[in-house]
Write a protein that binds this ligand. Sequence first.
Ligand code: AFD
Ligand code: MN
Ligand code: MN
Length: 426
Amino acid sequence: MQLNKDQIRALDQRQLDRHHHNFTHLSDRLAEQGIGTDRIVDDLAAFQVAVPSWALGAGGTRFGRFSFHGEPGNLEQKIDDVGILHALTQTAGAISLHIPWDTPTDYAAVRERAELHGLTFDAINSNTFQDQPDAEFSYKHGSLSATAEKSRRQAIEHNLEVIDIGAKLGSKSLTVWLADGTNFPGQRNFQRSLLQTEDSLKQIYAGMPKDWKLFIEYKPYEPNFYSTVIQDWGTSFMLANACGDRAFTLVDLGHHLPNSNIEQIVSTLMLKGKLGGFHFNDSKYGDDDLTVGSIKPYALFLIFNELVYGMRNNPQNPDLAWMIDASHNIKDPLEDLIQSLEAIQEAYAKALLIDQDKLAAAQRDHDVVLAQEILQDAYRTDVRPLVQRARLSRGGALDPLRAYRSLGVREELIRERGKHTVATGL
Ligand code: AFD
Ligand code: MN
Ligand code: MN
């Protein structure tokens, strides 16, 4: 299924006057504060987020999975789903694949399909947290950190193969999320695990094409509950430094212990030129993978404030790879992703409203109250007309969720694919 711009434009026709009215009202108000909207709208329109291939079906928990009808049953259909998201939101211009779940059979066909939807292939992900049916050696006791040399070798080879697959599709980066760790004290030697991991990552790094980047994710617990080898940003940062200039830390919003100051982590990494990518989601307790902005929208805004600051002031940090990493147990995955994309755009728009010069002056004057007012004034602004204008400028829908429903997208997908297809993924 593919949506075209005429369908979307026709649908929006009746809402256009209202949008123009709201936009003019907001830009007049912002103009009074000396804030121009043109640049903000351009920045928003240029902002593209990759959608993970593993978030297009129903997720699940260890207790069960409630299937969602019309799920994509193969890679081509996953690309179609992201194409639908991109047509509506104009901010999902890339897909992030996970191997072996998404190993292509026909590369030319897969590339062509992506081009048709205007999509590129973002960071590609390896999987050494599951044993594959045809695997010779098990990851039960670790993969890149494994004491067993054969498991470790197999995990390194897998990552090298993933790089080859990504290169054929035009990806330019590899994301490694390492589940390795232990469940009980004494189970393994911490130092040995870390050294093995560093050595494995260096071998993977050496196998990347020279224009590729390596992103190293961290996470404090799960699936292991006593220790995780790459447990925090410091460990990831240390490993990225050990690998080289093209290795970076990847921040996943759900991979922190409760109440961690993620915006400060972002700020430190950008100062050091080592923030490579971002996985957006939201969380109440742990790696909950909930819809972006559904639990802590103010924290998301504060994170974007640091991202905007870093993008303006830290040329030592490369352009970031923006990705969503969420999972959907009870929502239509595409609706959930539309909500996530909207929340990301809103938080970014609000951060762009912050008057950085005024904030710096308030900080210099130790005017704590004014500094808070500056942040919260931006946060309280309803920026939706700006986000809508950015979408409109690229041919997207004024209200993507409403468009998705009135175009009957899910119904059409069920008609095409049937009720019982199951997407591979988490
Ligand atoms: C799991 C991990 C991590 C990773 C994703 C894909 O927690 O977030 O990015 O799998 O490998 O969700
Ligand atoms: Mn992640
Ligand atoms: Mn996660």
